[in-house]
Write a protein that binds this ligand. Structure first.
Ligand SMILES: [Fe+2]
Ligand SMILES: [Fe+2]
Length: 300
């Protein structure tokens, strides 16, 4: 494919929403290796066996989930680059390095605090369905099929379900568990600092996913059906991931957390994003760009 010319040599970069996310990504850059886990390490040693197991369980789902999204993102970057969407690709370069840092953060957390290996034992049937099967399949499809349908299915799987429902519910679990442990005098400052940084990065990722899906739907409103079908297909597996965590502890979850609270939280995340995408059916590209620019998404 021959190049017709260069955007930057003709009109320059467009001050669009993806470029705004790119600037935020540079502004909020952080280094997992600068986090001090020494207090967390001491705290972990004071937990009972059940609490240690539950902490590792949550970390194991995150570390592998971050590895999955790092390995699986590239085909989307390729598709966007091939479409000549320079600002979106510039943002996506930061997206990929964010995911690499998330892998590093959770890997450090596990190795430094718990020194544990063999964490695949925590990966349940529903977790495997999403992270071993649906995510790599939807993203890998883009290598041969860059169609808007394939992009929409990939973005729903990656941004709406994995990031928007599962990761968001996981941060909530970290905050709630830290709150309960804090009442017992157990402090986890390094863990919470890192989780806050990861969550801020993820808010940009989800904002991009919403932007991408809204753009695809605005360009082709019939894609809404593809998005809706994919969202509803994956929802039971996503809720299943949350339920599986609690099912693994039939004697009661060691951190005094209740499954219902987390299923409701996950559902709330799903519905919020579903409604947002539904609006794109009646919006123009210009309106979508304007709405995105006016929000502080990615700044959370
Ligand atoms: Fe991530
Ligand atoms: Fe992400």
């Amino acid at each position: 494919m021959l190049r017709e010319g260069f955007q930057t040599a003709r009109v320059g970069l467009k001050d669009s929403f993806p470029l705004q996310l790119y600037h935020k990504a540079k502004k909020y850059f952080w280094d997992p290796r600068s986090i001090d886990f020494s207090v967390d390490k001491e705290s972990f040693a004071t937990l009972d066996e059940g609490q240690k197991e539950a902490s590792l369980h949550l970390a194991s789902l995150f570390v592998a989930g971050e590895e999955a999204v790092t390995l699986d993102l590239l085909p989307l970057v390729q598709v966007i680059a091939r479409e000549g969407r320079l600002e979106e690709e510039m943002y996506l370069t930061t997206f990929l390095v964010d995911e690499a840092k998330h892998v590093e953060f959770f890997d450090l957390l596990i190795r430094e605090v718990a020194q544990e290996a063999d964490l695949e034992r925590f990966h349940s049937v529903n977790y495997k369905k999403i992270f071993y099967e649906e995510l790599p399949k939807a993203m890998g499809r883009l290598l041969d099929d860059p169609s808007p349908e394939a992009q929409a299915e990939a973005a729903v799987t990656y941004n709406m379900i994995v990031e928007g429902v599962l990761a968001e519910t996981g941060y909530y679990a970290y905050y709630r568990a830290a709150e309960l442990l804090g009442q017992q005098g157990v402090k986890l400052p390094g863990t919470l600092e890192g989780v806050r940084y990861v969550q801020r990065d993820e808010s940009r990722h989800i904002a991009y996913g919403i932007y991408l899906l809204s753009r695809l739907i605005a360009e082709n409103p019939s894609l809404w059906e593809v998005v809706e079908r994919r969202m509803n297909y994956l929802l039971p597996y996503a809720l299943g991931v949350v339920q599986d965590i609690f099912r693994a502890y039939p004697q009661g979850f060691p951190l005094q957390l209740e499954v219902g609270e987390f299923v409701n939280y996950a559902m709330g995340q799903f519905q919020k994003r579903y409604r947002r995408l539904e609006l794109a059916r009646s919006q123009s590209l210009k309106e979508i760009e304007q709405i995105a620019l006016e929000t502080d998404e990615g700044d959370a």
